[in-house]
Design a protein around this ligand. Structure first.
Ligand code: MN
Ligand code: MN
Length: 357
C-alpha cells in the first residue's frame, strides 16, 4: 500500500489553499529557506572533512569571532533566497547593515531575518546547531528597505521557523496556525511531516539556565532557580532536573518535544546590555513558535513579541517555555524589582540601550 507522502511541499500547498487570495510568495520563500537549510545541513555534516571548521579570522558586528561556517551559512542563506523575487531585503546576525536584494533580481514584498548558524560554538564538538529565520512584510511603498523597515514587533511576523542539525535534520515552523515539525529524509531529499501540531505542556519539572552566571542574576531568577533546586522538600514540592546545551535552537527544540523552561535573563554582568540573545532573529522567531505551541515567551517582565525593536542587533532577556513557569518567573520579577533603573523616572529604556546602537 503506497500512501500519499506528507511532505513539506504538500503541507505548504495545502496551507496556501486555505487562503484563496494567497500569491504563493510565502510558499516560495519557505521553499528557498528549506533548500538553504538542506545545503547547510550537508555542509555541517562533513565535519572536519571539508576544511570548513575553525575560525574565519573575522569578527561580526557584535564583536564575536566568526567561524568559517558562520560566514558560509550566511552566504548560503543569501544566495539561496535572494533571486526569487519575493524578498526586498534581509537582516542577519552576521551582517552589520540590512542587505538589499541586488540587481538584476526583482524585489518583492517580504523581508527575511535570520541567524544562519545558531550555537556555532557547538560545531567543533559535534553537538547540535541550527538556523533560525523569520519573515516580515516589507512596508508599503518601500523597495530599498533600510534599518527602520525591519524594526517591527514580533507580533508582525508572518512566518517563523528553525532548522536543527542534530542526529537528524529537522525543520520546525509556524505560519500562525500551530507549530509543525518536518524531518529530512536524506535518501529522497525531502522534509517529511513527522511532528504535527507540537504543544508545550503548561507545567514542567525541567529548567535550563547557564548557572555560571548565578552571581550576576537578579533576585527574581535567584529565587526561582533556588526553589527548583530545593526540590521535593522546598516550596515547589517536587524535584526538578536541569539542562543546558548552550544552543538556543537545541534548547527550544527540546522544550517543544518534551517540555521545560529556558532562561537567559537580563543580569548584572554587563549593565550596558539588556540580555544576551538577539531580539529580531533569535527571540522573536522562537517566541512566535513557542506561543503557537501554547507556551509563553517573555523578557522575564513582559511578552517578547510586543516589544518594538530599537536596533537591528538589539539584545533582550529571554525566558520561554511552559506557560505556568514563565508566568511564575514574571510574577517573581514584579515582587522583586531590584533594578532601581526600572522605575519609570529613571528611564530604563535609555539606560539599557546598547551603547553601540
Ligand atoms: Mn544564535
Ligand atoms: Mn549565529
Amino acid at each position: 500500500m503506497i500512501h500519499a507522502p506528507r511532505t513539506l511541499t504538500r503541507f505548504l500547498i495545502e496551507e496556501q489553499r486555505r487562503h484563496p487570495s494567497a500569491s504563493g510568495n510565502l510558499t516560495a520563500i519557505i521553499n528557498d529557506v528549506r533548500l538553504a537549510c538542506k545545503r547547510i545541513a550537508t555542509l555541517i555534516g562533513k565535519g572536519a572533512l571539508d576544511d570548513a571548521l575553525g575560525k574565519s579570522g573575522s569578527v561580526n558586528v557584535q564583536g564575536e569571532e566568526q567561524i568559517k561556517l558562520d560566514v558560509m551559512a550566511n552566504d548560503i542563506f543569501l544566495r539561496t533566497t535572494e533571486w526569487g523575487g519575493q524578498l526586498a531585503g534581509m537582516v542577519s546576525e552576521e551582517m552589520a547593515e540590512p542587505y538589499v536584494v541586488p540587481d538584476p533580481y526583482p524585489r518583492g514584498k517580504y523581508l527575511l531575518v535570520f541567524d544562519p548558524l545558531d550555537g556555532s560554538s557547538n560545531v567543533d564538538v559535534n553537538l547540535a546547531v541550527g538556523s533560525i529565520f523569520s519573515v516580515l512584510r516589507c512596508p508599503d511603498g518601500v523597495s530599498e528597505p533600510s534599518e527602520r523597515d525591519f524594526l517591527q514587533p514580533g507580533t508582525a511576523q508572518v512566518c517563523a521557523g528553525y532548522a536543527i542539525y542534530g542526529p537528524s535534520t529537522m525543520l520546525v515552523l509556524t505560519t500562525g496556525r500551530g507549530v509543525h515539525g518536518f524531518t529530512l529524509d536524506r535518501e529522497i531529499g525531502e522534509f517529511m511531516l513527522t511532528h504535527p501540531d507540537l504543544r508545550i505542556p503548561p507545567s514542567t519539572s525541567e529548567f535550563a539556565i547557564n548557572a555560571s552566571n548565578q552571581r550576576h542574576w537578579e533576585t527574581a531568577i535567584k529565587r526561582y532557580v533556588s526553589e527548583c533546586q530545593q526540590g521535593a522538600s522546598g516550596p515547589r514540592g517536587r524535584d526538578f532536573n536541569m539542562r543546558w546545551i548552550a544552543s538556543l535552537v537545541a534548547e527550544a527544540h527540546r522544550i517543544l518535544i518534551r517540555g521545560g523552561v529556558f532562561m537567559y535573563p537580563r543580569d548584572r554582568k554587563d549593565l550596558t546590555r539588556s540580555g544576551r540573545l538577539r531580539l529580531l532573529y533569535e527571540a522573536n522567531p522562537i517566541g512566535f513558535i513557542v506561543e503557537q505551541a501554547g507556551g509563553r515567551a517573555s523578557t522575564g517582565r513582559e511578552r517578547v513579541l510586543d516589544i518594538v525593536p530599537e536596533s537591528l542587533h538589539q539584545r533582550i532577556g529571554f525566558v520561554f517555555g511552559a506557560r505556568e513557569e514563565v508566568e511564575r518567573i514574571e510574577r517573581y520579577h514584579r515582587e522583586h524589582n531590584d533594578f532601581e533603573y526600572d522605575a519609570p523616572l529613571f528611564g530604563s529604556r535609555s539606560l539599557f540601550r546598547d551603547p553601540a546602537a
